[in-house]
Design a protein around this ligand. Structure first.
Ligand code: ARG
Length: 458
């Protein structure tokens, strides 16, 4: 029954089979496993390590098995442990003795490293594509909301006026870096380990370069022990997943706040929100909350894989079988979250009146009032003190800075003139913030144009 049964006198206990099998999750790598085996068999045939006719039979058999799996004809078996031995057993059943030659010069240790790398490369292609789509949407939304002035915060306290476009572009930059991180991780995953055997290479004259070419790998691994025991690429992959989840969770947290009655800046589309089973008035931002929550799950995946690998001696150890579920879960979660974030964000309606109304509170133009005095020759530190006193006065008298009469202004500093009202208007505060990277619509538009070029949209 077992492909490795020769040295055993007893069958494996069912308890052990149920415990140690990985087919219940690694079946997901069936495509990669078959592609890898096809390339290996072709190379064995070309090099004359096995007869060409056998290689042909193996390849045809594997391709039939692929079809059978995809049309739902195959039931994988726990007794066959994992995807690698399930497929090998199916092949032997299908084509007989020739199938027994497939595993020549190969171990499951280099085979699983190959499949896992191929699987994560495919996942990264998909994730990079999704992030691109998200970044494109952010550029569009930033442009649409280029000159909507909104309060910027530090310490969750109103700080200075910014633009909605500027705020959205902040996230654009985070997600671009996330995309680059996945591209970097891809490079280190794009290394072909087959030919490393169990740990010590093989005695056959394998053409590793040929296998790498057929499987679209950039290079081949250079140390057989490293190749079978390295899971850095998976750790790095889940780190990239964790970082993008962290960014998504920050964005979602802000959307939850903005959607609250207290802020009232945005309204989620009905199709993107949920209700309460008891409170009839509720419309909850569940999607954003759930993405925020799932971030914790991906961090858990990262801790899982780091802890599995910690202090593992060379080379392959069965512990490493536990690496896959963490990586699969992180990939599924990231893809799922970006996929639903896109329509959720796309359909948000901004409550422009409320956003404008809220600008009046919180002295967002206090820094500008101080800057005004600097323009009149007052040292910044003194100007800061003066405006601090004015703010204190306004709080006590329930006024905003622009509510003060010129006479009141002058009691704080004689340099104030009538032009101060124009100077501290929110629009002007934003327009003047035109340092490179600043929130002025003109600067943000430049950033958006650059972003479009970066994404190849221009
Ligand atoms: N299912 C195993 C894994 O996921 C495949 C490699 C098994 N190798 C071994 N020597 N038991 O890691």
């Amino acid at each position: 029954m077992k492909l490795w049964g020769g040295r055993f006198e007893k069958n494996t206990s069912q308890l052990v089979d149920a415990f140690q099998n990985s087919i219940r999750f690694d079946w997901r790598m069936y495509k990669q496993d078959i592609r890898g085996s096809v390339a290996h068999a072709r190379m064995l045939g070309d090099k004359g390590i096995i007869p060409r006719e056998d290689a042909r039979l193996i390849i045809d058999g594997l391709l039939e098995i692929l079809e059978d799996i995809e049309s739902g004809k195959i039931e994988f078996k726990e007794e066959a442990e994992d995807i690698h031995m399930n497929i090998e057993s199916l092949l032997i059943q299908k084509i007989g003795d020739a199938g027994k030659k497939l595993h020549t010069g190969r171990s499951r240790n280099d085979q699983v490293a190959l499949d896992f790398r191929m699987y994560l490369k495919d996942e990264m292609d998909e994730i990079i594509h999704l992030i691109r789509k998200l970044c494109g949407l952010l550029l569009k939304k930033a442009e649409e909301n280029l000159d909507i002035i909104i309060a910027g915060y530090t310490h969750m306290q109103k700080a200075q006026p910014i633009t909605l476009g500027h705020h959205i572009m902040a996230y654009f930059h985070m997600f671009c870096r996330d995309m680059e991180r996945f591209c970097d991780c891809y490079k280190r995953t794009d290394i072909m380990p087959l030919g490393s055997g169990a740990l010590a290479g093989t005695t056959y004259d394998l053409d590793r370069e040929m296998v790498a070419r057929e499987l679209n790998f950039e290079s081949i691994s250079e140390n057989s022990m490293d190749a079978v025991s390295d899971r850095d690429f998976a750790i790095e992959f889940i780190s990239c997943c964790s970082i993008i989840m962290m960014h998504l969770s920050r964005f979602c947290e802000e959307l939850v706040l903005w959607n609250s009655h207290e802020f009232g800046y945005i309204e989620m589309d009905d199709s993107m929100a949920t209700g309460s089973s008891i409170m009839p008035q509720k419309k909850n931002p569940d999607v954003a909350e759930l993405i925020r929550g799932k971030t914790g799950r991906v961090y858990g995946d990262l801790m899982t894989i780091l802890t599995i690998l910690k202090a593992l001696p060379m080379a392959y150890n069965k512990d490493m079988q536990e690496d896959k579920e963490a990586a699969f879960d992180a990939a599924d979660t990231v893809k799922g979250c970006i996929n639903v974030f896109i329509p959720m964000f796309d359909t948000i309606v901004y409550n422009k009146e409320r956003i404008a109304e809220k600008l009046k509170e919180g002295f967002l133009n206090a820094t500008d009032a101080a800057d005004y005095l600097v323009g009149k020759g007052v040292a910044f530190r003194d100007a800061h003190e003066v405006v601090g006193n004015m703010v204190n006065y306004c709080i006590k008298n329930k006024k905003t800075l622009e509510d003060l009469s010129l006479k009141e202004f002058k009691t704080f500093n004689s340099s104030f003139e009538a032009d101060v009202y124009q100077y501290i208007k929110m629009e002007n505060c934003v327009i003047r913030r035109s340092t490179i990277g600043g929130p002025s619509p003109e600067r943000v538009l430049e950033d958006i144009e650059k972003g479009k070029r970066y994404l190849g949209l221009l």
